[in-house]
Design a protein around this ligand. Structure first.
Ligand SMILES: [Zn+2]
Length: 413
């Protein structure tokens, strides 16, 4: 009996080892591209130094980065990956797959670290699932099977793939440079597309408390989704506090009961309430930083779809002509932030990195007092204009010369 007792465990060990050795791994290298149809690119007629998105990249298949994809065999997930800057990922999967004739690549429009997902209006993550046929057995990771998935065509671009692409640019080129946002910017839901004639965010909006962004059908293929990402970033600087920007726009006719309702429409070059021009101008700064590096001499913002920003839209680096109401124009707030951030010397030599520009937002004191982070909660007072650029300047330690280059807001609170 004693010899049999020792034989049994030895036999089990050998069996276990041989099973492990016979488990096979195969590799597939997947590239995901989409027909690039987003607007706001830098046209060949303009100085595109520092542009992350030039005309040559428009209308052609471009890689989709930071995208989560799954390898499916029938209904079974057999592998997964996140695409790199080249839209590529190497996926290992057990061989043989359970349903070898039915292999597909499930693309979920989710950012690889869970920072955001592109969803439909009811909240479901948007997916694509192209079949890729049979995959051969390729056990060497350095010689995998190659597969490329291309979403959309010039005739029918993929609107959700383009939405994913544009918000990825906002994050990877700009907002991600702020370490605090690195930890806070998660779980954002980006939903498309609302009707321009409906009652639900007809001109796009961000609902920061719930981290939901809704994009209008009129803002498909535009820079606007990056602007909405900027609203989320600003909200997160309130450290979860009682953010209460009320959407009072046109100064002074809207929101007579300030802070009032959340209705109304703003324009980059129309005078808005100080709190509105600050909120919208800062959000637009985030959008510009998604498309242009700090070295760009001619960074632009617009909401044109599938086209470059047109003449008459917004060069963010120029020093504007200042007249009545200029201080309340959101685009001039954007220009102020851009001057803090850029490395181009147009009457100022300040070169602050993104974390320093946004970091000032965290230095607002708590509360609803004048100059505090939730100032819009104070009752209407003609001398108080919400959380504004004027308030920001109290904490940013920047000389007044930079203020006036961008139509410094007149003294107020
Ligand atoms: Zn906005």
């Amino acid at each position: 009996m004693s010899s049999r007792a020792t034989l049994v465990p030895v036999f089990v060990l050998v069996l276990a080892f041989s099973e492990r050795a016979s488990a096979l791994t195969s590799y597939v290298h997947v590239t995901v591209k989409a027909l690039q149809n987003n607007g706001g690119y830098c046209p060949t007629t303009r100085n595109c130094t520092g542009s992350y998105y030039k005309q040559a990249q428009f209308g052609v298949n471009r890689p989709l980065r930071d995208l989560r994809i799954y390898l499916k065999s029938g209904n079974t997930t057999i592998g997964q990956g996140v695409t790199n800057v080249g839209g590529q990922t190497l996926i290992a999967f057990f061989w043989p797959p359970p349903d070898p004739l039915n292999i597909s690549i499930l693309i979920k429009f989710e950012e690889g670290n869970g920072r955001w997902a592109v969803r439909n209006l009811s909240g479901g993550v948007v997916t694509r699932q192209p079949a890729v046929g049979m995959l051969p057995y390729t056990p060497d990771s350095w010689a995998p099977t190659m597969r490329t998935v291309t979403l959309g065509t010039a005739a029918v671009p993929d609107e959700h793939a383009n939405l994913f692409d544009v918000v990825t640019k906002a994050w990877s080129n700009g907002l991600s440079e702020d370490a605090t946002l690195q930890s806070l910017f998660t779980g954002v839901s980006i939903r498309g597309f609302t009707s321009y004639t409906g009652g639900d965010c007809p001109t796009s909006c961000a609902m920061p408390e719930s981290k939901i962004i809704k994009i209008s059908e009129i803002h498909r293929y535009s820079m606007i989704p990056m602007h909405e990402m900027g609203h989320i970033a600003n909200y997160l600087s309130h450290r979860g506090g009682a953010f209460s920007y009320g959407g009072c726009y046109t100064y002074p006719s809207e929101c007579s009961g300030f802070p009032g309702s959340a209705s109304g429409v703003w324009y980059p070059d129309s005078p808005e309430w100080g709190s509105a021009s600050f909120e919208e101008g800062l959000a637009t700064f985030a959008a510009v930083a998604g498309y242009y590096a700090r070295s760009a001499p001619v960074p632009y913002f617009c909401d044109y779809a599938s086209a470059p920003c047109q003449a008459g839209t917004f060069d963010v680096e120029i020093s504007p002509t200042c007249g009545s109401g200029s201080a309340g124009m959101p685009i001039n707030v954007t220009r102020y932030f851009w001057d803090l951030y850029d490395t181009v010397n147009d009457s100022e030599t300040i070169e602050r990195e993104m974390h320093r520009v946004l970091g000032v937002l965290y230095s607002f004191p708590d509360g609803t007092a004048n100059g505090a982070e939730d100032e819009p909660r104070v009752p209407l007072d003609p001398d108080e204009d919400g959380r504004s650029l004027f308030d920001y300047r109290k904490y940013d330690d920047v000389p007044p010369a930079v203020w006036s280059a961008n139509c410094s807001p007149s003294p107020g609170d």
